[in-house]
Design a protein around this ligand. Structure first.
Ligand SMILES: Nc1ncnc2c1ncn2[C@@H]1O[C@H](COP(=O)(O)OP(=O)(O)OP(=O)(O)O)[C@@H](O)[C@H]1O
Ligand SMILES: [Mg+2]
Length: 304
């Protein structure tokens, strides 16, 4: 220790190990009922999937039961959680369009026995069109909600292998189409990841208007509960200006924890892992663990 203490590397190692100790010493409250969190931003590549899988893995690592619903035809969340999602796999498409049950399509992630995933196959790419054209269903917007309600009732009656989830995260595609509307109708909360870059706030008012509309017409309980700042680069003034701006506009929603730009985070999916198991003491993993703790604690403070 004396060799490296006082050096930047030594300080960093010391900081990481004290952050990890604190994380490990914290036990998380279970929510009163399943929190269903839609991770949404119609802007592409802002960290929706990365935040979904790493927050889910972080909560699972802290002993909570988590289900991730991959609602993006790209299937990135399924990949990151090491879940099979080739053509022919039973997934969210079959649940929405063919009436399959979630309990028959969920798979446990090799990450953690507390963590399961309803995968997305490429079939889901056609779902938006099928929902409107073939079905003309009056309740097209509630297809996901109905399936989740059934799953939760079955879990409560001990009819599922995995038990009642404490958290369900829905990884949305980068659009405000029918799939995202289904997520907003099914969810109790929205988590909005914002990338710390120049265009970050563009399109935000459109998203907020959409949430408000869904709230008024279809799902009164929906709230934007959480904003997570992602891909923060401490070397740029712009990044800290974005952080200040978002905190100024959304003081109650914005988490104190900010996710830094970190190579361990971006390389983890290529190992079919989240950063939490890939490199637990990396700054990326520590940041997601701290953000997950904050989400659980703030939830408890707000009666969730
Ligand atoms: N904190 C981070 N540090 C480094 N790279 C990151 C970080 N967060 C995300 N990335 C990388 O940025 C890219 C976009 O992230 P991600 O796929 O999570 O965004 P997304 O919002 O889900 O994208 P899409 O809109 O396409 O669904 C990915 O290559 C991911 O690995
Ligand atoms: Mg994504």
């Amino acid at each position: 220790m004396s060799m490296i203490s006082g050096s930047p590397l030594g300080d960093e190692l010391f900081q990481s190990s004290s952050r990890l100790k604190k994380i490990e010493a914290t036990s998380l409250p279970k929510p009163l009922k399943t929190r269903i969190i839609s991770v949404s931003n119609q802007k592409g590549g802002v960290g929706k999937t990365t935040s979904t899988v790493n927050l889910a893995a972080a909560l699972a690592a802290k002993g909570l039961k988590v289900l991730v619903i991959d609602l993006d035809p790209q299937g990135n969340a399924s990949t990151a959680l090491g879940i099979e999602h080739g053509e022919g796999t039973l997934g969210v498409y079959e649940v929405l369009i063919e009436g399959a049950e979630i309990k028959d399509a969920v798979a446990v992630s090799p990450e953690n026995p507390n963590l399961s995933c309803l995968p997305a196959t490429i079939d889901l790419a056609g779902a938006e069109i099928e929902i409107v054209t073939a079905f003309e269903r009056e309740n097209w917007h509630a297809l996901l909600k109905t399936a989740i309600d059934t799953y939760l009732a079955q879990a409560q009656a001990s009819q599922t292998k995995l038990g009642l989830p404490d958290y369900i995260f829905i990884d949305c595609p980068p659009s405000l189409g029918l799939l995202t509307v289904n997520a907003f109708v099914a969810a109790t909360e929205v988590l909005l990841p914002i990338q710390c870059e120049y265009y970050a706030l563009e399109g935000l008012s459109q998203l907020l208007r959409n949430i408000e509309r869904i709230q008024q017409a279809l799902n009164p309980q929906l709230v934007l509960s959480t904003i997570l700042l992602t891909m923060y680069d401490s070397r740029t003034k712009l990044a800290s200006a974005v952080v200040d701006d978002v905190r100024h506009h959304f003081p109650a929603q914005t988490l104190t924890s900010v996710i830094p730009r970190n190579v361990r985070i971006s390389e983890a999916p290529s190992f079919g892992r989240t950063v939490i198991t890939h490199d637990k003491s990396s700054v990326g993993s520590l940041s997601y663990l701290e953000a997950a703790i904050e989400i659980a604690q703030k939830g408890a403070q707000n009666g969730r």
